[in-house]
Design a protein around this ligand. Structure first.
Ligand code: PLP
Length: 385
């Protein structure tokens, strides 16, 4: 078995027969290319620093897992994480930054609980699984008008022409549809407060974040480990519903307590902080967006150039985070999956609703991993008689 550097700057086994391949496991060897949809890849330096903090956090002699959340040690973590979100997103003073328990699914409930009264209407865009789930939860609190949806195209498009009623309390949409692999390229303009589930493309591209009144994102796609939500909320939209909101569900209480109303998910917040610092070191959102554009262009052009593969989403609405594609001959899918698996590709099996493949290219995924996947696509194609 000979190991040699390839032009892409990654290792690959050059062996005679496919069956001789061993499954690459070692991240240190660079053999695993993590395309998982979520929880997903984190920068290696973040994992290293987080590991150290588990044993000894900032030379305190304590593990990050053993710290009191009210200690100055952790207060500094929370303060810095919130400040970095503010800085990276260039938020104005009306926007508050919270790290809250629960996944994005908790926000499907918490948003309408805080913003929508029983007799009022909220407008929702239905562009896939996660928006449908958000719609279902909102109906528990008030009326929902689905103002546009992609159901007619099998969720392969993003709606373009639609109107939001003036009296809708807010307009909710999912900026990136993690499962179907579509993404809003333009942020819709409405006079209503704008609410966005950005779980799978937060911090991936430059947006006018102040144009949103509420942004939420589960951390585990592009920001950190599972177990914490980022919520960015314009405080001016709060305090307008008549219902009594349970203490822990009321955003205002979290704002007042500096995102420390109760014990926050300490470790998850810490790892988010490390990832945000890493992002800043990369040059912030503009720099990562450039890289994300390059990664997506590389993969989609390989898909389009191939005689075996085809994308599932109309080109103009394709997600730069989650690329979904299938094989023109579905009978080959299992062997392509096996082929890539044996060569160190992890996590490209498509969601069961879409089938085929989904390659998630979150911020931490190096472009060399995308180049490597496209190389395997070509290699597989060359083996088909
Ligand atoms: C993953 C995901 C969710 C659900 O997140 P949980 O943390 O599992 O609740 C919601 N919305 C989008 C867009 C997602 O990608």
């Amino acid at each position: 078995m000979i190991i040699q550097w390839m032009d892409l700057g990654i290792f690959a086994f050059q062996s005679v027969k496919m069956n001789d391949m061993i499954t690459p496991l070692s991240r240190d060897g660079g053999f695993v290319h993590n395309f998982n949809a979520g929880p997903s890849i984190l920068p290696k330096t973040v994992l290293e620093e987080a590991s150290k903090a588990i044993l000894n956090f900032n030379n305190s002699g304590l593990s990050i897992l053993e710290l009191g959340h009210r200690t100055p040690l952790f207060q500094a973590v929370m303060d810095e994480a919130r400040a970095l979100v503010r800085e990276l997103m260039q938020l104005d003073q009306d926007h508050e930054v919270l790290f809250l328990h629960g996944g994005a699914s908790t926000q499907f409930m918490q948003v309408p609980m805080n913003l929508l009264d029983e007799k009022e209407t909220a407008a929702y865009a239905d562009t896939g699984v996660w928006s449908s789930k958000a719609i279902r939860e909102a109906r528990l609190f008030g009326k929902v008008e689905v103002v546009c949806n992609s159901a007619a195209t099998g969720y392969t498009t993003i709606p373009k022409d639609f109107a939001v009623p003036n009296d809708a309390k807010y307009f909710h949409f999912t900026t990136n549809n993690t499962i179907y692999g579509s993404q809003w390229q333009k942020i819709p303009k409405t006079s209503n407060p704008l609410v966005a589930d950005m779980s799978s493309d937060i911090f991936s591209r430059v947006l006018d974040f102040n144009a949103f009144d509420l942004i939420f994102a589960g951390a585990q796609k592009n920001m950190g480990p599972a177990g914490v939500n980022l919520v960015v909320v314009n405080s001016n939209i709060l305090g307008k519903v008549k219902r009594s909101i349970p203490t822990i569900m009321d955003y205002r209480n979290h704002i007042r307590e500096g995102s420390m109303l109760n014990t926050p998910p300490v470790f998850a917040v810490y790892v988010c902080l490390l990832t945000l610092k890493w992002l800043k070191e990369q040059g912030g959102i503009p720099a990562i967006e450039k890289l994300n554009n390059e990664k997506a262009a590389l993969l989609y052009s390989a898909i389009d150039a191939s005689s075996l593969f085809k994308g599932t989403i109309v080109p103009e609405d394709r997600s730069k985070m989650n690329a979904c594609f299938v094989m023109k001959n579905p009978a080959l899918e299992a062997s392509f999956l096996q082929f890539t698996k044996e060569r160190g590709i992890v996590g490209i099996k498509g969601h069961r609703l879409v089938g085929g493949f989904r390659a998630s290219m979150y911020n931490a995924l190096p472009i060399s991993s995308v180049a490597y996947l496209t190389k395997l696509m070509k290699e597989f194609e060359s083996r088909i008689p």
